[in-house]
Design a protein around this ligand. Structure first.
Ligand SMILES: C[S@@+](CC[C@H](N)C(=O)[O-])C[C@H]1O[C@@H](n2cnc3c(N)ncnc32)[C@H](O)[C@@H]1O
Length: 384
């Protein structure tokens, strides 16, 4: 049984050996994050930077210059190889459970006739190239690949892997990102009672369910490009008793009418898109948001300040080693200018700090050394 999250009937059964492997990967990743990764900075400060300075009479400037020397350092190479391998091991360990249970779980999803639904696009729908060209964060087949009739595998994989990926900091129901955004909205817009809410890039509805929990009288919508995630997301919402209206749509151009939503949110969407997609999604959000409505996005926007070349270099690891190609470019966009250019008034756009909502509900049952987080994140907010 999978003890890393609250069980529900759409989670694949995890047998003893699979569970042991998944625990191992999680503990391995924990060990890498807390015990091995800090040594990369030490290696830089104590060995790589002094050697560079001796040769050039100055310190390395910028992350590209640091890259040239650090990627030759054996300590960095070992950490980096182990980190990448832990990512591949994570998918492998989870996919074992998914492949073994998939036919039964597809039947089960079909049999769950709750109020939640996934409206899928017809065959003319094109999954954007920024998903089909490579497997984002090395997830085999990404969010969108269908390998069986009424496939839900990508959704099962995402739901099972996320607690391991996030080292237990995604909340008991993989909903920490959604809970964070909803908590921000509820706290700052306590006088609003949204009737219609949209979550962009909803995947399996894990960031969408918190809206349905917080506003049970609202119509709650989620869109994503990945059909197997959406099928799974509707079944998952039915399994845990929430009503979501999911549909397969590209957030760059949706079929929703103008001025339709009171709130539009997204969690971890933009860093998995492209430069032109950011403009298109913000423009589309402006079109479908009601006047007076609020949009709240949580992602790695350009407010993130990395102070030193080594920190900046390490922050690009995901870009070069984990197929998160757009992450770095997203950080470089002046997102306030960008949102303004998509229609919003500049004085109604801001970054706001808000608590990340996981520590209260993360669990370390059976897994040693979880890091329990209480910290703030920034959200990008704009009012129309
Ligand atoms: C990292 S996942 C985040 C899922 C969820 N919001 C969460 O917080 O865990 C990003 C999601 O955005 C979706 N996505 C990426 N580009 C999209 C687009 N142009 N339109 C709709 N969804 C998109 C992906 O398919 C993926 O499911």
């Amino acid at each position: 049984m999978n003890h890393r999250q609250t069980p529900h009937s759409m989670l694949p059964d995890v047998d003893h050996d699979e569970n042991a492997r998944q625990d191992f990967v999680m503990n391995f990743r924990q060990h890498l994050a807390h015990n091995v990764n800090p040594g990369t900075t030490l290696a830089y400060e104590q060995r790589v930077e002094p050697a560079f300075e001796k040769e050039h009479g100055r310190k390395p400037e910028g992350h590209d210059e640091v890259r040239k020397v650090m990627t030759k350092d054996p300590y960095y190479q070992i950490w980096s190889a182990m980190q990448r391998n832990s990512q591949m091991m994570m998918w492998d360990s989870v996919i074992d459970s998914v492949e073994r249970t998939l036919p039964d779980m597809i039947d089960q999803a079909r049999g769950l006739n709750g109020p939640s639904s996934a409206r899928l696009a017809d065959e003319s729908f094109e999954v954007p190239r920024y998903h089909t060209s490579y497997d984002i964060h090395l997830q085999p087949g990404g969010y969108h690949t269908d390998s069986a009739t009424e496939d839900i595998a990508a959704g099962m994989i995402y739901d099972t892997a996320v607690p391991i990926y996030a080292l237990g900091m995604m909340g008991q129901e993989n909903d920490a990102t959604g809970e964070t955004i909803v908590n921000f909205y509820k706290t700052n817009y306590a006088h609003h009672t949204p009737k219609r809410v949209l979550d962009l890039g909803c995947a399996i509805g894990n960031s969408t369910v918190p809206w349905a929990k917080a506003y049970p009288d609202a119509e709650v919508y989620g869109i994503d490009v990945g059909a197997p995630c959406l099928r799974y997301g509707a079944a998952r919402a039915n399994a845990i008793g929430h009503t979501l209206h999911l549909s397969q749509q590209n957030a760059e151009q949706t079929d929703f009418p103008d001025n339709h939503f009171d709130v539009i949110g997204s969690a971890l969407l933009f860093h998995e898109t492209s430069r032109s997609a950011v403009t298109n999604i913000m423009t589309e959000a402006y079109r479908i948001l009601k006047p007076g409505g609020v949009m709240v996005h949580m992602d790695a926007f350009g407010h993130v300040e990395t102070t030193t070349p080594i920190q900046e270099f390490l922050s690009t690891w995901e870009v070069f080693n984990n197929n998160e190609y757009f992450l770095k470019q997203l950080r470089c966009i002046n997102i306030i200018d960008e949102v303004e250019s998509c229609g919003f008034d500049r004085d109604k756009i801001a970054f706001k700090q808000t608590p990340y909502m996981t520590g209260t509900r993360a669990t370390n049952e059976g897994v040693a050394g979880y890091m329990m987080g209480f910290w703030d994140v920034n959200v990008l907010v704009a009012e129309k």
